[in-house]
Design a protein around this ligand. Sequence first.
Ligand code: 4NP
Length: 145
Amino acid sequence: MTSRILFVCLGNICRSPAAEGVFHALGTGAETDSAGTAGWHVGKPPYGPMQAAALARGYDLSDLRARQFEAGDFDRFDMILGMDDTNIADIETLRPAGNTTSVRLFTDFAPECGMDHVPDPYYTRDFDGALDLIEVAARGLAATT
Ligand code: 4NP
């Protein structure tokens, strides 16, 4: 059983905190966290427009704070989920020798959406489109945990 799941994006203020909040709301009992491969926003809450879009669907992200992904996360989590291929590549650069933790794309859990990444709403400004995809992937992930 996968019980500790880490969601990772670039800044840890849009996609991965949203994924964490949406997945947590499904009440699987899994331990969850999120992190960014970049350290630009460490200590900050999720981006305001993402918080607003999430809250409109009932997800309160206001208590989350950004942190940077680190090598120790490979030992702390059973599964690490990146939002795009760049996240996956950046995560893999920190994998300790001999570590076998599963690192996958979050969109693997939403095959019906036909997407190979979660488009970054920090750039696209499509916060609801990102949340639509995140909700489907979160339900798919919950069905496997
Ligand atoms: P995220 O989006 O990776 O989904 O949190 C971003 C947020 C901020 C920046 C880039 C991506 N930034 O360049 O500050």
